[in-house]
Write a protein that binds this ligand. Structure first.
Ligand code: UTP
Length: 290
């Protein structure tokens, strides 16, 4: 079955960015001139996704408004001949977006469960706004390609420094069935560093079969007393195969302050409008810091 749907969970409290996240979803924070969620939506579109459900908590309105048309603005840009800006504004509306509210942030697994009716009986992608991914083939498309070979759930994983594994879901890999595609013995959420089965961490892209909802409906709270998607996936793996696909591209973690700053700088250094000034500024600053 073709993968047509994606879910973007955006209902977390975003405590690492308080107080900014008191009233604003962190998915609306801009990297240069685009909110992070727009990068995710663009990856979904490039991967052939047709319908996206955003699971929101607070701060839903700005997300909805961002992807809606703004006739006054568009007319104004048109009248002034600002065609490039008009194109940028219009391209954000070219996607089928749906919204649902997760009234209590009980965890990522609970947020994904909110998508049960939207997803129905189809395989679907889960895309987290904390991670912006860059590769020749978009990561979600890589997972869809794997699904087309295996018809099984497949998670994106990436090697992370060993002392950071306790921040992630981690896999216990078995054999590679194809280069870069692992059979998995176990999925463990936030293991202690000395007990982690590997350094292959689950990053923010998943391709799941709809049977995940049977697991989520009966999933007990795990790490942090939250309903963990990783725990439900580990149970799914006991009734149908779940694979891990190793991502070799570039991952930008914008879910914490330093990662967000680094991403802003790197994207700025590649942005035609600001890269020259930013390069000069960084050199000047570096000279002062010596
Ligand atoms: P995080 O673990 O990053 O949590 O959630 P968070 O609340 O967003 O951020 P911090 O750690 O407090 O700073 C991973 C993803 O799962 C979503 C978040 O929006 C984020 O995309 N999520 C998490 C939900 O949608 N609902 C939840 O109950 C928890």
């Amino acid at each position: 079955m073709k993968v047509r749907k994606a879910v973007i969970p955006a209902a977390g409290l975003g405590t690492r960015f308080l107080p900014a996240t008191k009233a604003l979803a962190k998915e609306m924070f801009p990297i240069i001139d685009k909110p992070t969620i727009q990068y995710i939506v663009e990856e979904a579109k490039k991967s052939g996704i047709e319908d996206i459900l955003v699971v929101t908590g607070k701060g839903k309105r700005p997300i909805e408004d961002h992807f809606d048309s703004v006739p006054e603005l568009e007319q104004n840009l048109e009248a002034k001949g600002k065609d490039e800006l008009l194109r940028l504004v219009e391209e954000t509306t070219d996607i089928n977006l749906y919204f649902i509210r997760q009234s209590h942030p009980r965890g990522l697994g609970d947020a994904v469960l909110m998508a049960k009716d939207f997803v129905g009986d189809e395989p679907f992608a889960v895309m987290l706004g904390d991670d912006i991914m860059d590769d020749k083939v978009p990561l979600t498309k890589q997972l869809i390609n794997r699904y087309e070979q295996t018809h099984a759930s497949t998670l994106a994983v990436m090697k992370v420094p060993h002392d950071e594994v306790n921040k992630y879901g981690v896999i216990d890999p078995a054999a590679q069935t194809h280069p870069g595609l692992y059979d998995v013995k176990q999925f463990v959420e936030k293991p202690d560093v000395d007990k982690a089965p590997s350094d292959l961490a689950i990053i923010g892209r998943y391709l799941l079969t709809p049977e995940i909802f049977d697991m989520l409906e009966t999933q007990k709270p795990g790490a942090g007393n939250e309903i963990q998607l990783t725990d439900a996936i580990d149970r799914l793996n006991k009734i149908q195969r779940v694979f891990a696909h190793e991502f070799k591209g570039q991952r930008y973690d914008v879910g914490y302050k330093f990662g967000y700053l680094k991403t802003s700088i790197e994207f700025g250094l590649a942005h035609p409008e600001v890269k020259a000034d930013l390069t000069a500024y960084i050199k000047e600053l570096a000279a002062k810091l010596k």
